[in-house]
Design a protein around this ligand. Structure first.
Ligand code: NAP
Length: 494
């Protein structure tokens, strides 16, 4: 048996959450190590390098709030792409020496709690063993990618790429490309590939109710103004809004508004772009079906204006909404709806004629039509939110794996901890506000629970005790009940 390494805290994952934890644990004078499956920093931005991959939160709040970091860094666009976010992580490392405390290429496969020593024993895929008093799971919400089981996929003669495992080198010019999936990833990769490839066939099961991103370049003057005046205000504001974005929902009851007032509000939010139309509107978007339909009708009108063909209009922005607007995090698009009017793009509605099988030179749908392809892109998403945690064999005091414990639904205390898994916390995971906020805001505002316990157990009492999980078990039931099926948020339409 190999010798184990021992730390106060073991962190799993080197994205925004993991790096934030490491920096703050160091400040407490404790020892910590990050175990990261990838070969570099950046978490989701290390893996998701497909063409067009970019963040859906504006740069002022999609970064660390430490003035030592923002004072010397500039982003070139309001919504930075993966290359710039990777470069940002390299910059953070240069400033703070993050990598010295990261073990890369270290996928964690198990974590077992030992009651007799009050320690976690963590094992990596290559057999190394680590021990720690605390375990911090910073595995993100989208770390386990989803490969759909489609008949015949192994017989395909062309290339198959999942967007989350994109090849370093690729050349699609002059090729026939098919994309399955029209989520946020699908939208980004479709609008990027369409002008480059010979032909693009998009297989859509559910239309995407995407909002205009309104991307723009950031001038040197604008960045300086942020540094001189706005960063401290914006970072402070994150704690005061529902979503952690600087804009907030408007609590005014719809019954007290007029049609004209709402129409002007919609127009104003639409022009601002990004998530304003979603998380800057009236709060009743999430509780009032009639108002939700009004918002959808506005979205549909705006989108249909950009699609000349009536058949395409119905496929992309149907009269009947596929789901209430905004209960699913909307995607942000740039020219996405115009893409389908191109001569070299075909949209296939697989909710009507489903995918039957992949054939050696393409894909066949249930109506017998064959679509020829040289490359198949799977923008089919992830084992979202829980996958990063349940894919690790985590066993607590009673020896039950967390996967089994959560087999009929997640139970947590405040979306950060679970009873019978002592001294284990997760950040930006199940039942945290992840789907309705942006990563850094959510990470900073939920991490305090972990640091509170860490400080109490290690500093105030000076003991090696574990957190009281009897308390946790009592309250996690209540947190569970407050959560609706919609994105793990305690809200739902009535
Ligand atoms: P996703 O939202 O889960 O979308 C997956 C897509 O694949 C959906 O259109 C889904 O159709 C389709 N699909 C899955 N399995 C299929 C099958 N067997 N046959 C046909 N279609 C299938 O995944 P994602 O787009 O990768 O996004 C995942 C998360 O990452 C989201 O929360 C998103 O907001 C986030 N994200 C954020 C950014 C950003 O910050 N800009 C970028 C990308 C992703 P159905 O909808 O019908 O199930």
């Amino acid at each position: 048996m190999s010798k184990s390494e021992s730390y106060d805290v073991l962190i799993v994952g080197a994205g925004f959450a993991g790096v934030h934890q490491l920096v703050n644990i160091r400040k407490l004078g404790l020892t910590a190590k990050i175990l990261e499956a990838g070969s570099d920093l950046a978490g989701t931005w290390f893996w998701n390098k497909y063409p067009g991959a970019r963040v859906d939160s504006p740069m002022p709040i999609y970064q660390f709030s430490d003035p030592d970091l923002w004072k010397d860094w500039t982003f070139s666009e309001y919504y930075p792409d993966w290359k710039e976010i990777q470069a940002y992580f390299q910059y953070v490392d240069k400033k703070l020496g993050i990598k010295q405390d990261v073990s890369f290429n270290s996928r964690v496969v198990s974590a077992h709690w030992d009651d007799s020593v009050d320690r976690w024993t963590v094992t990596s895929e290559d057999g190394r063993i680590f021990q720690a008093q605390f375990l911090s799971l910073c595995t993100g919400i989208a770390s386990r990618y989803h490969m759909p089981e489609i008949k015949g996929i192994d017989k395909f003669k062309g290339e198959v790429h999942h967007t989350s495992r994109w090849p370093e080198k690729y050349d699609f010019e002059g090729k026939k490309v098919g994309v399955i999936g029209t989520g946020a990833t699908g939208v980004q990769v479709i609008q990027e590939l369409a002008p480059v490839v010979a032909h693009l066939t998009v297989f859509q099961r559910t239309p995407n109710l995407a909002l205009p991103m309104k991307q723009r370049k950031m001038s040197a003057e604008e960045q300086q103004k942020l540094k001189d005046e706005w960063y401290t205000i914006l970072f402070g504001r994150r704690y005061q809004t529902f979503s952690g974005f600087p804009h907030d929902l408007v609590p005014k009851p719809i019954a007290e508004t007029t049609v004209e007032e709402r129409a002007l509000m919609f127009e104003d939010l639409w022009e601002k772009g990004g998530f304003h139309f979603w998380l800057g509107t009236y709060t009743e978007l999430f509780t009032n079906q009639k108002f939700n339909k009004e918002a959808y009708a506005f979205w549909r009108k705006k989108v249909r204006e950009r699609i000349p063909d009536p058949e395409l209009q119905e496929k992309l922005a149907p009269m009947e909404s596929p789901h209430p607007f905004g209960v699913k995090r909307p995607s942000l698009e740039q020219k996405y709806f115009e893409v389908y009017s191109r001569q070299n793009v075909t949209l296939v509605d697989i909710s009507k004629n489903s995918i039957e099988e992949i054939i050696p030179n393409g894909l066949k749908t249930s109506d017998g039509v064959e679509y020829e392809m040289d490359v198949l892109v799977l923008a089919t998403g992830f084992d979202m939110v829980t996958g990063g945690i349940t894919s690790i064999d985590i066993r607590g005091q009673d020896g039950i794996s967390i996967k089994d414990k959560w087999s009929d639904g997640v139970r947590s205390y405040l979306g950060v901890a679970s009873a019978t898994y002592p001294n284990m916390f997760w950040i930006y995971g199940p039942q945290s506000p992840s789907s309705f906020t942006n990563g850094p805001s959510s990470i900073v505002s939920t991490t305090f629970v972990f640091f509170y316990v860490l400080t109490l157990t290690r500093h105030d009492t000076g003991t090696d005790e574990r957190m009281d999980h009897q308390l946790c078990e009592t309250y996690e039931g209540e947190w569970h009940l407050q959560h609706s099926p919609y994105g793990g948020s305690p809200i739902c339409l009535q």
